[in-house]
Design a protein around this ligand. Sequence first.
Ligand SMILES: Cc1cc2nc3c(=O)[nH]c(=O)nc-3n(C[C@H](O)[C@H](O)[C@H](O)COP(=O)(O)OP(=O)(O)OC[C@H]3O[C@@H](n4cnc5c(N)ncnc54)[C@H](O)[C@@H]3O)c2cc1C
Length: 404
Amino acid sequence: MLFPFTQETETVSDRYDLVVIGAGIQGAGVAQAAAAAGYRTLVLEQTAIAAATSSQSSKLIHGGLRYLESAQFRLVREALRERALLIKLAPELVKLVPFYLPIFKQSRRKAWQLRVGLNLYRALGGFGPGTGFTTLDKSEWAGLDGLVTDDLVSVFRYYDGQTDDAVLTRAVMRSAESLGAELKMPAEFVGAKIAGDHCQVAYREGAAEHSCRCAVLVNCGGPWAARLLETIEPRQAPFDVELVQGSHLWLELEAPSGCYYLEAPSDGRGVFAIPWYGETLVGTTETVHHGPPEEARTLPAETEYLLKTLGHYFPRYRDVAPEQIKREYCGLRVLPKSGGSPFSRSREVIIHGDRTRAPRMVSVMGGKLTTYRLTAQKVMKMVEASLPAAETKGDTARLPLRGE
Ligand SMILES: Cc1cc2nc3c(=O)[nH]c(=O)nc-3n(C[C@H](O)[C@H](O)[C@H](O)COP(=O)(O)OP(=O)(O)OC[C@H]3O[C@@H](n4cnc5c(N)ncnc54)[C@H](O)[C@@H]3O)c2cc1C
């Protein structure tokens, strides 16, 4: 749909420096950064804060050890830096937890490879707190939640951060609002017209249609972001993305004592089994999703894959009853369409937009929960020439984030 409302149908004539579409972690992060920089900011969210991907992640604030396999060193270094910062700014929301990495005779990744990787992880983390690792003594294996020990060669323990992604996103949004950002919710963005030095934005709140004006439009529509480009006039250059769903199972099983990073026996992918509100969360999968984002559902084959992986390593969980599955959920990764397996594809955020001196619209797609603050900084840098002068109110690297 192209820009649907004419000037005459406007019911709101408010002017903003930035309008942000979506209150997932990226939208909340951009709103916080923009408000901290002193800009008048409006966020439009069609459902609820963190209603989509930002409540459907693996809930880890991590460097991403596995990204070392695909040589994404910059991503890992940036993420480890942000992890350290978030532990400081949001101690109630982000906690370091032990991760166990068991290596078996038949594992695809060998103990020496993991040792190299973990040393690199420590170096990329600047040898800071929580970047070290140890090899467990065999006498400690019995304390590993019933992990199978046949053919077990080694178990590494390292540390990464865990959070409640939805609570973190709401905390960032609250921080943005405390700095003056405005949130309209539920409010659906329906289109925008870019006209010279501003954008005219159309949105719907219930049955009422509104429009407002802004200097810059930031599209943080998550899995809907690429589709939203079609609602802009003049038509924006499309960005070819693939939506890859990742499912998790929340199981009514006693929580493990730490997070386990397990190699799925069927395809060698990494699968996490992590403690979650006193129970167990297992994920994730990678299944290309072709339909509209709102139609993504966990598939029976994904449930089977995750339960098989869990049961393979923890024999006492070989027969999880259907009623022990408390919740299944799937989130959609937005990945550049580039062929190759989704597992090995870059997880760098996509910041797509007209890279002229003063862009009027930028889209943020994919990326990590962990690096939302850095992503927001990059977006603000990209659009600063399009914005008027403003008086800074704060620095997101120093603003504390509080729990609920
Ligand atoms: C399975 C999976 C596991 C992951 N695990 C991790 C992890 O452990 N650690 C990590 O760091 N990262 C992880 N990630 C990445 C991270 O979760 C995502 O990058 C992040 O949540 C994306 O946030 P977002 O704000 O871009 O999108 P979303 O959270 O999807 O937000 C988009 C928002 O836009 C709104 N919206 C869309 N269209 C409109 C419209 N027309 N009008 C108004 N609002 C609109 C939606 O309602 C939604 O709230 C994971 C991702 C997936 C898929």
